[in-house]
Design a protein around this ligand. Structure first.
Ligand code: NAD
Length: 250
């Protein structure tokens, strides 16, 4: 990919202070984009922005009412911020379920809504929605997350249909388990729920469906996000690209 092919582009990455979002921000900055790290974690967002010569936007994306009237200037939007809660439906805290829908469905809708007018005006835009293999498949104990990711798939496709005539593409990326702080946190929860030692969770629970028995790396996901923002991906829209070691081939 051409070095500096994103020079002059402004990229907003939600959850850009950690894991996959930070890897995407590094990829875009390396290629010359001005990056905006939108994250709840102010200190980590400032650190990332300083490292990449970009800016931090400290925002709680669960407070969706505050996004109703937002106008957002960006050529690239990555809807990436997300959280996980692992619990059977019968015990699932209703407020946690609602909060996950706000962060992972309502906020992406409101950010897309805020960013499209500028993209339409310039006739160019790239929206990358970080979904999951759980946007295409379900797992027990993840009702809120699987529900939110399936909804994000629908939102991405509608955005693709509306944005197409204006030079705006919208796609999902669907990783399997990626080595990030979000996954590290899940290992203890899964060990408790499945009643097995933490040391066995990755091989016995997380990688059971994957043909390739390792976690995905965040920079592998970022390279796919990077390609989706390139001009050579201009005809790719409304698609969902798995990076799951073969999980969803079953
Ligand atoms: P992470 O925990 O490393 O990073 C998530 C970032 O989002 C953090 O910086 C956090 O501060 C921010 N964030 C959380 N709640 C927020 C809020 N209310 N407002 C603003 N920012 C908020 O997670 P990650 O593993 O890099 O996950 C990023 C995305 O990738 C998520 O949408 C996740 O569902 C998806 N994903 C992750 C995996 C995986 O295995 N790690 C697999 C598939 C999909």
């Amino acid at each position: 990919m051409t070095e500096q092919d994103l020079a002059g582009r402004r990229a907003v990455i939600t959850g850009g202070a950690s894991g996959i979002g930070l890897a995407c921000a590094r990829e875009f900055a390396r290629r010359g984009a001005h990056v905006v790290i939108a994250d709840l974690d102010a200190a980590a967002a400032e650190t990332a922005a300083t490292e990449l010569g970009g800016e931090a936007w400290v925002v709680d994306l669960s407070d969706t009412r505050a996004l109703d009237t937002l106008a957002l200037d960006a050529d690239i939007l990555v809807n990436n911020a997300g959280i996980q809660r692992v619990s059977p439906i019968v015990d699932f805290d209703p407020e946690a379920f609602r909060s996950i829908q706000r962060i992972m469905v309502e906020a992406p809708f409101l950010l897309i809504r805020a960013v499209l007018p500028g993209m339409y005006e310039r006739g160019w835009g790239r929206i990358v929605n970080v979904s999951s293999v759980h946007g295409l498949r379900a797992s027990a104990f993840k009702s809120a997350y699987v529900t939110a990711k399936h909804a994000l798939e629908g939102l991405s496709k509608v955005t693709a249909l509306e944005g197409g005539p204006h030079g705006v593409t919208s796609n999902c990326i669907n990783p399997g388990y990626v080595r990030t702080p979000l996954v590290e946190k899940q290992i203890a929860d899964q060990a408790r729920l499945h009643d097995i030692p933490e040391s066995e969770v990755v091989q016995r629970i997380m990688l059971t469906e994957s043909a390739i028995k390792r976690l995905v790396e965040a920079d592998e996901v970022a390279s796919l996000a990077g390609w989706l923002t390139s001009d050579t991906a201009g005809m790719v829209t409304g698609a969902s690209y798995t990076m799951d070691g073969g999980w969803s081939a079953r």
